[in-house]
Ligand binder design. Sequence first.
Ligand SMILES: [Zn+2]
Length: 354
Amino acid sequence: MRPPPLLILLTDLRLLDHDTGSDHPEIPARLQTILATLQQSDCSSCLSLQGTRPAERQWLMAAHDEGWLFRFEEAVLSGKTFIDHTDNQICYDSYKVATLAAGAGLVAIDLLEQGQAEQVTARDGLMPREPGTMAKDGQVSRAPWTAQERLAGAAFCLVRPPGHHAERIRPFGFCFINNCVVAARYWQQRHGRKRIVVFDFDAHHGNGIQSAFEHEADSLYISIHEHPSFSYPGTGYADEKGFGAGRGSILNLPLSPGAGDEQFLALLHGPVAEKIAQWRPDAMIVAAGFDGHKADEMSGLLYSTGLYEKIGQSVRGWSNLHCGGRLLSILEGGYELTVLGESVEAYVQGLLAW
Ligand SMILES: [Zn+2]
């Protein structure tokens, strides 16, 4: 019997320790809701849970100036409650949590490069200490297949705080460390996968990823988001295409408020698919944000839950076709708890369809 496809999920109980207060949308319950939904899901037997580790300083500094890292660490240790703007709420543990969130991508990339799921010992409560799978009742058991039989082709980091708004020298929009940029640098510099594409389907434009990539020929950023005239952070116009050697390394595809599945899929199956096929990446990172759902008040987009399954199918298909199945998804936004779990589940079902 052929073993089922495997998706590595990376998360950690300590990611709940980033306390943003009682009046903030980016809360620990986001992760708890997602995990509870996945535990009940039909696809739970195809998921392998792994813990994370703090990203080492050198990889944080591949995406950020050390001055910002010092300022971030000092702010949490000195008891500040936000940095620069009240959007960026912090607590004493926020620096540690942000480095753990960034580290998930590094653990995932090592696993994908090694081609198997059983390389890291998971830590702490949410995670099984031994690699295995979740049963419907939430119990963890070992799969009947060996690691070699269950080759992992994709990984998904269920982490917070999110990262795609974080700039090289400052936090922005709930984001402190740019998890996607840290992962991209690790893949490029540690494993020699030079041509990295980040596809971002969060409702908001990932200004921090764009500014990291816009001067480079070897890094490509593609984003579908609500039009910057109407939406945070006000970047992501279609005419922002990159500079110098990086001209063409940015593809912004803004949607008008009120746009839904049909408009998104026209972009996904049209310019996004064409650009990736033509560009031929070595590896693919997905900034997976779920705040474009019609029930999520963080944007005026009207995506259905089912759209996320189609996105998952597409990105998995592209990664298999163009970059040897090297596919890493990292959670970004998604704040409406009544639909966040089912949205992530739909995306995971799409990833597993191959
Ligand atoms: Zn967002």
